[in-house]
Design a binder for this molecule. Sequence first.
Ligand code: BJW
Length: 247
Amino acid sequence: MRHLLHDLAARIRPDSRITILTGAGVSAASGVPTFRGPGGIWRTYKPESLATPAAFERDPQLVWEWYNWRREVLSQKQPNEAHRVIAAWSRRYPNFSLITQNVDGLHERAGTPNVVRFHGSIWEVRCWNRCPHSPVQWSDTTVPFPQIPPRCPHCDGLLRPGVVWFGEPINPAVLQRTQKSLNCDIFLTVGTSAVVYPAASLAHAAKACGAYTVEINIETTPSSNSLDLALAGPAEEMLPSIEALLA
Ligand code: BJW
């Protein structure tokens, strides 16, 4: 393992264009449950009854109870070493991009600016009716909401969480920023099961653009064999080890 980490560290230069894609595994050490795997959210809850527009239409109360509960849990969690190393790299490397599938806001709280939030943010809301008086989406960090489901302050209709549910498209502006950052020297995919599309295709797209592609995960994923390097281990240990070699 040590020589693999050395090889990777040797590739990282001050002017390297570095792009990182993160998934739920990056927040696991902060105590945030992942979606799949042991203890994963989808082991207890069915995605189709909570994370689809149809689920919200059917039972907005249930869906909001779930998101309200997750917001309460998240408000008590702190960024971990993986978030902190990524934040340090965002300050050090001028050509650095972070794309996260996580909606938890922990990268921002660790100090990474300009995070590309591929699946939105649990700390944002928007009007379900898309009423003309409200912005498309806005920040609301109230925990817990005094009323479930929360109501649009402009039209009194339902609010929905500002996240991307199954069957919903990725925001076009987010896709545009993502596309730009695929043109990089090193693409790291960290703590994601690489089964949810289109996020799962990003490492392959970066490789097709010429990037050296690296996976950091405690398990193998459908991408492990097709990337240039698969590092088996926890993000909160592997990233600090790489950082120590860079110093
Ligand atoms: C560690 C660790 C440690 C643990 N260190 N590692 C092709 C085929 C079939 C279906 C589709 C397809 N293309 C698209 C689809 C449909 C669907 C999809 O991909 N389905 C698949 C499941 C089959 N995709 C979509 O619907 C997407 N939209 C779309 O395609 O739109 C098209 C469209 C175009 C035009 C009009 C209309 C539509 C949207 C996907 C949205 C995903 N949303 C969620 C919920 C977000 C909100 C919320 O949180 O409530 O996003 S689902 C959930 O999965 C969440 C995550 O961001 C996402 C990915 O999960 P992630 O991060 O990979 O977590 P896990 O738990 O899966 O994995 C954790 C990993 O960490 C594991 O590998 C562990 O080993 C590892 N690990 N500890 C390092 N310490």
